[in-house]
Design a protein around this ligand. Structure first.
Ligand SMILES: [Zn+2]
Length: 82
């Protein structure tokens, strides 16, 4: 497989990246994030929210909301985002 992507700093072609867990400071709330690191020069290529953490958080919020709304159907958005 040909790799065309290259690191903007060291200009080496990249076929894999190193992922590091980071905290994203959102002001009043911190979020779990990940940074993608060049395996050769360790430059940060990009940063994003931790999708696995977001999915787990969403499932937990939905389960919590569903458990709470058994007697108050329909589910309100305010039941999910607390
Ligand atoms: Zn690099």
């Amino acid at each position: 497989m040909f790799q065309n992507g290259q690191c903007p700093k060291c200009e080496r072609k990249i076929s894999e990246v190193t992922v590091e867990n980071i905290t994203i400071n959102g002001g009043d709330h911190d979020y779990k994030g990940v940074s993608y690191i060049c395996p050769f020069c360790f430059s940060v290529l990009t940063v994003s929210m931790d999708q696995l953490s977001l999915n787990a958080d969403l499932v937990n919020r939905l389960l919590k909301a569903l458990g709470r709304v058994e007697n108050t159907y329909p589910i309100l958005v305010s039941d999910i985002y607390v």
